[in-house]
Design a protein around this ligand. Structure first.
Ligand SMILES: C[S@@+](CC[C@H](N)C(=O)[O-])C[C@H]1O[C@@H](n2cnc3c(N)ncnc32)[C@H](O)[C@@H]1O
Length: 455
């Protein structure tokens, strides 16, 4: 059946913004039909012109704001909202923190679950915090450019100051871009699946200041590789590692399967909560170090360990939460799907002289079932899953292990609520307030810690 939208293309409508999407677009409803509008904030009233209609929703171009939100501030740079780098930059930081708290609260209210959400723990300086960048490279007017894609497109907007990244990372991207230009390295052309360089990735240790440059290429060979790497290393003394990742595919996946070390070490090192961490190009590592320390401290506190408990850290990455808990646990078991991350986790345990942590590569849902069938007893299970949340099979095995508490670190309140519903069917309830921690200022991403306890 063809759905007819109750709006017409190129027509103007008066709307009220009721919500924001994941990408930070304002949502307004016209006869239950959702319109997505750029650069607006909840509560604002606006006149919009509909420029595009899809089957289930429309896109409205903002024409005029009739009522501005009292929390609106001047945009630092419109490109940050256009590209989605910082879609909340025009909302006061205090209001961003309240918005995140209320988003979680409303989702639990809608699910008719009686849960309190505490005010979001924010940052003193909520910009230039990211320790990692993943920047697309494209040819524009014959020139290699770095920047970010305009929302819902692959149109690259050239950008040098990314606002939410460590400024040293921004400087490094410009240096690498200029060296690639000098050696005429062809940017990837996704239409013809030709060219060489697809993305530049940079990581920088918050405490160590060690830098890793990742060059993601479509080709196995990077032309003039020796000249390029030695010039990068010379121009950026913090660089301890230059890696090449080969992505032969013609899809949107960022990384390919093969990674080669072109210069220095294949890892950089950094610290969190006084622990040393060894980080490779492909491993997950939290992007906001200052807030991560607050988040992990909270997770450790909520686990209530006194040295006698076994802990399972599912979705453990390079073992950051596991090792933060190991000091207070009898034994910690970590599982993670990315093999390189587990290799890093094992090295991290050794580097920190921790010998009560065991790490395995695998899917959390499958490993949980194995541990459960092997009779592993765990008092606490910590989960820090990706946005899609926990697999139902994971929950089924986890509850059979019968932990006293489950500490859930979530980066997506919608899946948190869904999983909370499923856990409550097995008698796991939320008895204390949820604590959001702002890991991603200026964006709509919401991180929180929730504790589930068996009735
Ligand atoms: C949000 S990160 C958390 C990592 C870690 N706890 C940290 O704070 O650095 C989620 C992790 O889950 C891993 N992952 C995704 N799906 C998985 C699965 N089915 N089983 C195990 N790990 C998975 C990802 O590779 C990633 O490292």
């Amino acid at each position: 059946m063809k759905i007819t939208a109750p709006v017409e293309k190129n027509e103007m409508y008066d709307v009220k913004i009721i919500d924001l999407t994941y990408q930070g677009m304002g949502v307004a409803k016209i006869n239950d039909f959702s319109i997505f509008i750029e650069d607006t904030l909840p509560g604002e009233e606006a006149t919009i012109k509909v420029i595009k209609i899809n089957k289930n929703f429309g896109f409205g171009k903002l024409v005029k704001l009739i009522t501005k939100s009292k929390d609106r501030v001047e945009s630092v740079d419109k490109d940050y909202t256009r590209t989605g780098i910082a879609p909340l930059q025009h909302l006061k930081y205090d209001a961003q923190l309240k918005f995140k708290q209320s988003q979680i609260q409303e989702l639990f209210n809608k699910a008719k679950m009686n849960v309190e959400v505490l005010p979001t723990i924010g940052m003193d300086k909520p910009s230039h915090y990211r320790n990692k960048a993943q920047i697309p490279v494209k040819k524009i007017n014959g020139k290699l450019e770095t920047g970010f894609y305009r929302k819902h497109s692959h149109d690259l907007v050239p950008i040098e100051d990314f606002y939410i990244q460590d400024p040293e990372i921004d400087k490094a991207i410009v240096v690498v871009r200029d060296i690639l230009r000098k050696y005429h390295v062809a940017p990837y052309d996704e239409i013809n699946h030709s060219g060489v360089i697809r993305n530049i990735m940079v990581r920088r240790g918050h405490y160590s200041h060690e830098m890793m440059i990742g060059l993601i290429t479509r080709t196995k060979k990077l032309p003039m590789v020796d000249m390029i790497t030695s010039e990068i290393a010379k121009a950026l003394p913090e660089v301890k590692s230059i890696m090449q990742n080969i992505n032969l595919t013609d899809g949107n996946a960022l990384m390919g399967k093969k990674t080669i070390c072109l210069y220095g070490s294949s890892h950089i090192e950094d610290q969190l909560l006084g622990l040393k961490f060894y980080i490779s190009l492909t491993s997950f590592y939290q992007v906001n170090p200052t807030q991560t320390e607050k988040l992990y401290s909270l997770a450790v506190e909520k686990a209530q360990l006194d040295g006698k408990q076994n802990v399972i850290d599912a979705y453990c990455g390079i073992g950051t939460i596991s090792l933060a808990m190991a000091k207070k646990a009898k034994k910690v078991y970590g599982v993670e799907i990315v093999k390189d991350a587990i290799e890093d986790a094992k090295i991290n345990a050794q580097k920190n002289h921790i010998n009560n942590a065991k790490f395995v590569t695998g899917k959390a849902e499958e490993q949980m079932e194995k541990w459960q069938s092997q009779g592993l007893k765990s008092d606490v299970i910590v989960v820090d899953p990706p946005r899609k949340g926990l697999a139902s099979s994971f929950i089924e095995s986890a509850v059979k292990v019968a932990p006293k508490r489950i500490v859930y670190v979530s980066c997506n309140p919608s899946t948190l609520v869904r999983d909370a519903r499923r856990l409550s069917e097995y008698g796991y309830e939320i008895n204390q307030p949820i604590q959001p921690v702002d890991q991603f200022p200026q964006t709509v991403h919401i991180e929180s810690v929730t504790v589930f306890e068996k009735k």
